[in-house]
Structure formats: structure tokens, C-alpha cells
Ligand binder design. Structure first.
Ligand SMILES: [Zn+2]
Length: 451
């Protein structure tokens, strides 16, 4: 059997790992590249392998950098099955529809204002393409073995990253292969911690925070402090966020802070039409998280969901104080840009970066102290306060990841480190080497290995 790395190799986006077996090919995750332009261009290039020869796609979770390439693979001729958990299927559908809608909106805006270098600007895929894609989805339950081919079986184990997210275990040719997907936190207000696994021969593991430890300061306290500052200045707090996972966590925290009178009752807007639908998925799968029905009800009641672009324009023009949560989380596109254009130049406002900001994104530029940002063809000065909070990360930090690998009774003989940038990968390799005798490989995109 061979493994070929087609994405998230030396970078954090575009997760695609291809297993070539004598029975047929299996792709683990099918994510979109985001961030650096050189990476994003790969989304438009032909798929480097035959899409028709892929019999199965196994999805670890529904984030766009793990499932966002699916409609393109279907366009290239994939007709196999896409296997994942129930919540992943529902969330992937919502996320893919939203991604297509954003691309259609962005292309329409670019064509209207003529700021794209492409004439006409075209979306990578449309909502119609997404409808075709979801027909290939099949769901499975956690821990249930499924035989894909003779001597090739798989099962999913929850990994605490977002609702429905899982590790994938494969047993074939006498070997146990584990794909970590994105590894969640040991402690979370919403999700159940990652499952401990017993044994592995080959481990394909993420390394997003391989060189860092998350802040231990309580996110409630940090958030309360930031909101109070914004209220004092009568500004707005903008939180760029994945619409899935972190957005729900923020909504829950704002509800709790208001209940405990730790922040005043200022409006909280969730500007993504899919936000409300995501909360429905939480209600449908209670065994996958810790939220009660009452929590879900409160989250829904406490938030104003912005449904269309007209409303976005209206709300972005309101003076503060207010809180807006909008996608995308790394400021690469979507409605958040409309707010950013309005808020960035005014020192009363705060932009709160809460997730990993990949290199090449506007989020990373802000993190690194940029004095201006280019948005849709024009430059905007950065006068707003740029704040960061990493205690709400959906990824385990170096210590959490290390403790998960240490939990294996039979340690893997080989570990491939993926889904990380240069420093994180190198630091995590050294750390792993200091605690276990295992061959550790950092593959480059396009590398193929016999396993
Ligand atoms: Zn993820």
C-alpha cells in the first residue's frame, strides 16, 4: 500500500491524503487550499491524480480545509462514496453550500466592480455543484467497523475538534493506520474530549500548534475585559470566526457572561445564514456534545442572525457598542470583509482573532502588526485594536497533542507530521523524538511512501 500527500503537507490547508491499495484508492479528507495565493491557485489546477480511481473518501470533519474540495473532485469524475459521521454530513452540506454561495457572491461583486484579475471572475463551484456532491455521502456510526475492500476495514473515533469530528482507524495488510484529522482539546465547554486510542503502526498526525502552548487565562475573563473596553469606547467588537464550532462557543460564552452580569446587554450579531442551521445540528445530535437543550435554546434566543447582504450593510453601518461574529475566520473572504472595511480605520473598534491564522491570510497580517490591509482592491489603514485569544482554539496545543500520542499502549513505528507550518512541524518533530523512538517524517506535497 502507498500513501501520497496531496495537501496540508508543510501547510495547514488543503488536507488530502491518498491511500493507493491494490483494491482501489481511498482519499482521506478532501480540503480546499486557503491563505497564500500560491496555495489557492492549486484549487483551480487539475487534480493531480485520477478522481475516477478513488473509490472512497473518508472525511475526518466538516471544516472547509478538509471537505471544501469535494465538489471539484465530483466535477473531475469522482463517483464513489463519501463516508463520515452523521453530524459531519449535515455540517459539510451547510459549509459547502455556504462556501459556494460566498464564492458566487464574491465573483458577482468582483465582476460588478471590476477588481478581479480574471474576466469574468468565476466561482470554483456553485450551489448546484454542491447538490450533486452530497448525493455521494454515506454516514457511519462511531466505532463501527466497515469493510471497504477485502482486508481493508475502517472505523471512526471521536476526536473533540468540532461536532462530529473523528480520528480514522484503518486496518489492512496486518497494519493499523490512524489519521488524526484535527485533534481537539482535552477540556472544552462544548465537546467531549478526544478518544484515547490503544495502538497504531502508522500515524498521520496534525501539527497546527506543534510549537505552542495555549494561554491558560480563562476565556470568559478575557472576553469580558474586551467587551467592557469596547463598550467604554462605544466601538464594535468584530470576531472573524469559522461559522462552525467556534461561533457556537462564542455565542455560549456571551450568553453566560450576560447571565452573570459580567458584560452589559449589548447586541450580538451572527452574520452567517448558516449559523442558525448549525445550532439545529447540535440539537439533533445530543450525544456528540455537552450542550443541553436549554443551552441551545438560549444560544438561539440571545443572538441576532443576519440573513442577507442588505442586513449586513445596515448593521456594519451602525455605531457601537455591538458585537459581530462573521466568517471567514482568517479574513480570506465572506461577509466579515464588509465589517472589516468599516471597522478597521476607527480606533474605537476591536478585531478579535480567535483561531489559527494561516500565512498569507489577512488574519496573519493583522496578527503580525500590519499597518494597512488590502481588501477587494483598496487599502484600509489599521487603527482598530487587534486582540487575540487562543484559549478558545479548537486544536490541542503541543502538550495536549503529545499527551494524546503518549496514550498509545503500542506506539506507532512511523509518524507522518502534516497540517502544520514549518516551525510548528520542526518543533513538534523534535519534541516527539525526545519522548519516543519512532521514525518521524515531514512529507512534502506530492511525496509518496510505501507503508
Ligand atoms: Zn478543522
Amino acid at each position: 500500500m502507498k500513501i501520497k500527500f496531496l495537501g496540508a503537507a508543510g501547510t495547514v490547508t488543503g488536507s488530502k491524503h491518498l491511500l493507493k491499495t491494490k483494491y482501489g484508492n481511498v482519499l482521506i479528507d478532501c480540503g480546499l487550499f486557503q491563505g497564500l495565493k500560491s496555495d489557492r491557485l492549486k484549487n483551480r489546477a487539475p487534480f493531480p491524480e485520477s478522481a475516477k480511481d478513488i473509490k472512497y473518501i473518508l472525511l475526518t470533519h466538516a471544516h472547509l480545509d478538509h471537505c471544501g474540495y469535494l465538489p471539484l473532485l465530483v466535477k473531475e469524475g469522482f463517483t464513489g462514496q463519501i463516508l463520515c459521521t452523521g453530524p459531519t454530513r449535515e455540517l459539510a452540506y451547510i459549509i459547502l453550500k455556504d462556501s459556494a454561495r460566498i464564492q458566487e457572491e464574491d465573483a458577482a461583486l468582483a465582476n460588478m466592480h471590476g477588481y478581479s484579475k480574471h474576466h469574468p471572475a468565476l466561482p470554483l463551484y456553485t450551489q448546484k455543484d454542491v447538490e450533486k456532491t452530497v448525493r455521494y455521502f454515506r454516514t457511519t456510526e462511531e466505532k463501527k467497523w466497515i469493510e471497504l475492500f477485502k482486508d481493508f476495514k475502517i472505523r471512526f473515533h471521536r476526536n473533540g475538534h468540532i461536532l462530529g469530528s473523528c480520528f480514522i482507524e484503518i486496518r489492512s495488510e496486518g497494519k493499523i493506520i490512524i489519521f488524526s484529522g484535527d485533534i481537539g482539546r482535552a477540556k472544552s465547554d462544548i465537546l467531549i474530549p478526544p478518544a484515547s486510542l490503544e495502538e497504531a503502526d502508522i500515524l498521520i498526525m496534525e501539527s497546527t500548534y506543534g510549537d505552542r502552548l495555549h494561554n491558560k487565562v480563562s476565556s470568559m475573563e478575557q472576553l469580558a475585559y474586551l467587551v467592557k473596553k469596547v463598550v467604554q469606547k462605544k466601538g464594535n467588537l468584530l470576531i472573524p470566526s469559522f461559522a462552525l464550532g467556534r461561533a457556537q462557543e462564542f455565542m455560549l460564552l456571551f450568553c453566560r457572561l450576560k447571565e452573570q452580569n459580567k458584560i452589559p446587554d449589548i447586541p450580538v450579531y451572527l452574520d452567517t445564514p448558516m449559523g442558525a442551521n448549525v445550532t439545529e445540528v447540535y440539537l439533533k445530535y445530543p450525544s456528540w456534545h455537552k450542550l443541553s437543550k436549554e443551552d441551545c435554546r438560549k444560544i438561539k434566543a440571545g443572538i441576532r442572525v443576519v440573513k442577507d447582504y442588505k442586513q449586513t450593510l445596515k448593521i456594519s453601518a451602525l455605531s457601537g457598542p455591538g458585537i459581530v461574529i462573521a466568517a471567514s475566520g482568517m479574513l480570506t473572504g465572506g461577509r466579515v470583509l464588509t465589517y472589516l472595511k468599516k471597522y478597521l480605520g476607527d480606533k474605537r473598534n476591536t478585531i478579535l482573532l480567535a483561531g489559527f491564522q494561516a500565512s498569507g491570510t489577512r488574519g496573519r497580517a493583522l496578527q503580525e502588526g500590519a499597518h494597512e490591509l488590502k481588501i477587494q482592491g483598496a487599502y484600509y489603514p489599521v487603527n482598530a485594536t487587534i486582540a487575540q485569544i487562543n484559549s478558545l482554539s479548537a486544536h490541542g496545543d503541543q502538550a495536549e497533542m503529545l499527551s494524546w500520542v503518549n496514550g498509545f499502549r503500542k506506539k506507532p513505528e512511523k509518524i507522518f507530521l502534516v497540517h502544520g507550518e514549518g516551525n510548528a512541524l520542526q518543533a513538534f518533530r523534535l519534541k516527539l523524538q525526545s519522548v519516543m523512538e519512532t521514525e518521524i517524517i515531514i512529507p512534502e506535497e506530492g511525496n509518496e511512501f510505501t507503508i
